[in-house]
Design a protein around this ligand. Structure first.
Ligand SMILES: [Zn+2]
Ligand SMILES: [Zn+2]
Length: 340
């Protein structure tokens, strides 16, 4: 079979590999749509530890084409979304209900072979059946959505209150859709790129502001009812964004760091402000126990409002460039031919 391989040293290539075989408890899959995301670029840049040579692709929607012995929850023809983690089960985190903190975690598409291939074998336990009629590209987005669901759980936002979401790329836009479902209002997106402000509005934001506009702070205060926001999300991953967000927090606000900042990035905070305003700054990582919930809700968030870009495995370089340039709202590799 053909597969998109990261070879190390910033190099990616399409290579021939033996077809995988499903063992007991495993399913043989044909990946249909595999999302390209910032993590793939970080892997290629060497900024995200991987295990080359390895097949890329961790945002996978695939069709079940074969069943290993003892598989009971899936049938040939089902569409699945992959939860891209193997946890060790024996560390203190795995054994105390926080498997996503597992230091021995291995991720398909990062440390193990992922979905940018004609075939993929997974244990039944991380292949989640999608609702009938799910389109492959929407199904693939269950993976980033599962991370957003966990983020919203961490934020503990209650309905009928305002939220500010900084960054309206794919992650920010999924968070906007979840905030809309959760009854937050108004939902204010903060985004420099006009194309992404448009996406934010299509996904349910009540307002989308350019943070470089001269009246930005004034508008933000107005939209929050004059007191700042009780919920704020950094969906960019940058101290620059948090510098802007924290002063816009109301008393008692929860601030969620969702975006992946560079490891050497540093934030200067005022301990007095955190104390006096009783602020809570929260991290969020991966998708512990949220992948099933994401699969259940993925068709109900208007994700078809995204403008999708499709690329074959041979076009991987073009796909990565489109991801870098933000040419599309979401970029997909279609390892088994066109899906739409
Ligand atoms: Zn991703
Ligand atoms: Zn573990």
């Amino acid at each position: 079979m053909k597969a998109v391989r990261y070879l190390g040293d910033h190099k990616v290539a399409v290579q021939e590999l033996p077809d995988p075989v499903a063992g007991p408890g495993e399913v043989l899959l044909k990946p249909l749509a595999v999302g390209v995301c910032g993590t793939d670029l970080h892997i290629l840049e060497g900024a995200y530890a991987s295990n080359p040579p390895v097949t890329l692709g961790h945002e996978v929607c695939a069709e079940v084409v074969g069943l290993g012995e003892g598989v009971t929850t899936l049938e040939v023809g089902d569409l699945i979304t992959m939860e891209p983690h193997y946890y060790c089960g024996v560390c203190v985190y795995c054994q105390t209900g926080k498997p996503h903190m597992c230091p021995n975690r291995k991720a398909p598409g990062v440390h193990l072979d992922g979905g940018m291939a004609e075939f993929l074998v997974l244990p039944e336990t991380i292949a989640y059946k999608l609702p009938a009629g799910t389109s492959p590209e929407i199904g693939s987005m269950a993976e980033p959505l599962a991370c957003a669901v966990h983020g919203m759980d961490r934020l503990q936002a209650t309905s009928g209150r305002p939220i500010a979401i900084f960054g309206a790329g794919p992650a920010g836009s999924i968070l906007i859709a979840l905030a809309r479902k959760a009854g937050l209002t108004p939902i204010v997106a903060v985004e420099m790129r006009e194309q992404r402000r448009d996406l934010a509005l299509r996904m349910g934001a009540d307002a989308a502001l350019d943070p470089t506009a001269s009246d930005f702070t004034e508008r933000m205060m107005e939209l929050s009812g004059g007191v700042g926001f009780p919920y704020l999300i950094d969906a960019v991953g940058s101290s620059r964004v948090l510098d802007q967000a924290i002063p816009l927090a109301s008393r008692g606000a929860n601030i969620l760091i969702f975006g992946v900042a560079r490891p050497d990035d540093r934030l200067t905070v005022s301990p007095n402000e955190i104390y006096a305003k009783e602020l809570t700054i929260l991290g969020t990582a991966l998708n512990p126990f949220t992948h099933r919930r994401a699969a259940n809700i993925v068709n109900h968030l208007g994700l078809d409002n995204f403008e999708f870009g499709y690329f074959s495995m041979d076009q991987i370089e073009d796909a990565l460039q489109a991801q870098r340039d933000g040419t599309f709202d979401k970029v997909f590799i279609t390892p088994n031919g066109a899906v739409s």
